[in-house]
Write a protein that binds this ligand. Sequence first.
Ligand code: RB5
Length: 154
Amino acid sequence: MIIAIASDHSGVILKKEIATYIHETFQYEVIDCGPKTADVSVDYPDYAAKVATHIQKQTADLGIVICGTGIGISIAANKHTGIRCALCHDCFSARVTREHNNSNMLAMGARVIGSDLAKDIVQHFLVASFEGDRHQKRIDKITVIEQAQLVIKP
Ligand code: RB5
């Protein structure tokens, strides 16, 4: 399993902790898409795009993105075709969004939760798997909306 991870400046410290946690706990490969330091203000859409591209190109299986609230970076990620990015600040949502929504990205807010809870959320997200069946039908409807948007693009 390969996990791509990125943040904006406000999520750099948590991003590094999560990357280490994933590598040490699951022995998964972690691709850190940056930024390297927190001392330069960066724009979260740029970093959402880096992780989304890995998912789209299948160079990573799942993505994790972190900003201050998790909101901006999740909104940005969800603008990319085929991305289902879930903003989760509890373990139940992290598990169920994999099981029901087949989410391929997880967003969290570094200014909202502490690192221990963030690690638990990541653990639930990574361990859970998509249940398919009736949930696939609903995801297919989301894909139809997404494809229609592509068609009407000038
Ligand atoms: C950056 O200051 C902050 O706006 C960003 O991290 C995020 O919270 C946006 O949704």
